[in-house]
Design a protein around this ligand. Structure first.
Ligand SMILES: [Mn+2]
Length: 336
């Protein structure tokens, strides 16, 4: 029997819990829900927030070392599709719970809850803790799915319910997620915790928060300049664009381009020091991008995603060769 998360918190009142969360809106909303849960079930428990280095879907040796030194009673991972070996290494430190909706964690059968049925981890957690629906719980799935959430008859009614309750349009809800996402995009590590606290207090504050406004302003010109670049046509179904910026733009640029070209597969990449990130996203193209994740992992790279998106982190000097391999892989997997 796997240990039950709520029972563990409620009955054992762990002294210190490490909460490892993803850096996007879904990860931050999920962390906010869990912090509320700790406060409710075991107020004496100290919850320590931590996230992997932005863009890394793994932990570095020094991050593992600081986790060991922290001596947490248990670890909770939310919305990060860590490879199994990372989870196993965490389990060697202490009991680890995993709450996730990514396909890479779907079959790992760990304490917590893993289910790909959910379009957002925040919604998965909301159901898990059996709380009444909240704005925070729908924000994660709007952040992850954007307007595609409208085509989920099993989950869009929950978004509509929150729109009604808070007098918001869908665009305003989406705007909250976009503004929250600026924190990781500008690389503001401390700001992630600030955003979690803002979500716990009142997610509507995100619409006017000055710190988020400053981020948004900062990113506006960079994004516009990047998005105005032409895409390179690799084939009729594959479009590619390299991104050059000091900010993390791959995910956001790829989303925007995918919206603009819904029938094509968008491939982007960005170099950051010794590493590079490669992103692939599709909307209607009949392909499960898990094939890119599997391929990258077989090469020893860190990779994760869902059927419609794949993200890979790899050594910068291997990017050019790997990108060509991804193009070949996509061409082979697509129907002619
Ligand atoms: Mn997510």
């Amino acid at each position: 029997m796997l240990p039950d998360f709520q029972t563990t918190i409620r009955e054992q009142h762990p002294e210190k819990v490490l909460l490892l969360h993803h850096w996007d809106t879904d990860g931050l909303a999920s962390a906010a829900i869990l912090l509320d849960e700790f406060a409710r079930l075991s107020p004496q428990t100290e919850a320590v927030l931590m996230h992997p280095t932005i863009n890394n879907y793994f932990l570095t040796t020094s991050e593992f070392d600081s986790i060991s030194r922290l001596k947490p009673s248990c670890i909770v991972c939310v919305d990060i599709n860590f490879p199994l070996d990372v989870i196993e290494r965490l389990e060697r430190i202490t009991t680890t719970f995993v709450f996730d909706h990514h396909s890479q964690t779907a079959e790992i059968h760990r304490p917590g809850l893993q289910s790909t049925k959910y379009p957002g981890c925040s919604m998965l957690l909301n159901d898990y803790v059996m709380k009444p629906l909240s704005l925070v719980s729908v924000l994660g799935m709007v952040g992850d799915m954007e307007d595609r959430i409208k085509s989920r008859p099993d989950f869009y009614p929950q978004v509509e319910e929150m729109m009604k309750e808070h007098g918001l349009t869908f665009d305003q809800i989406q705007r909250i997620t976009k503004r929250i996402d600026t924190m990781y995009m500008v690389g503001d590590d401390k700001g992630l915790e600030y955003a979690i606290m803002l979500l716990r207090k009142n997610p509507l504050d995100a619409l006017t928060d000055p710190r988020l406004s400053a981020n948004e302003q900062e990113l506006k010109d960079v994004m516009a300049k990047t998005l105005s670049q032409p895409l390179q046509e690799i084939s009729s179904l594959i479009l590619y664009m390299p991104i050059v910026s000091e900010y993390s733009l791959t995910s956001e640029v790829t989303r925007a381009k995918s919206q603009q070209y819904p029938d094509q597969i968008i491939v982007t990449d960005q170099r950051r020091g010794a590493d590079a990130t490669l992103y692939v996203r599709r909307r209607t193209a009949p392909i499960d991008l898990g094939c890119v994740v599997d391929y990258a992992r077989a090469k020893g790279y860190n990779a994760g995603g869902k059927p419609e998106v794949a993200g890979v982190v790899l050594p910068e000097h291997e990017l050019d060769a790997f990108r060509e391999e991804v193009f070949a892989l996509l061409k082979k997997a697509l129907p002619v």
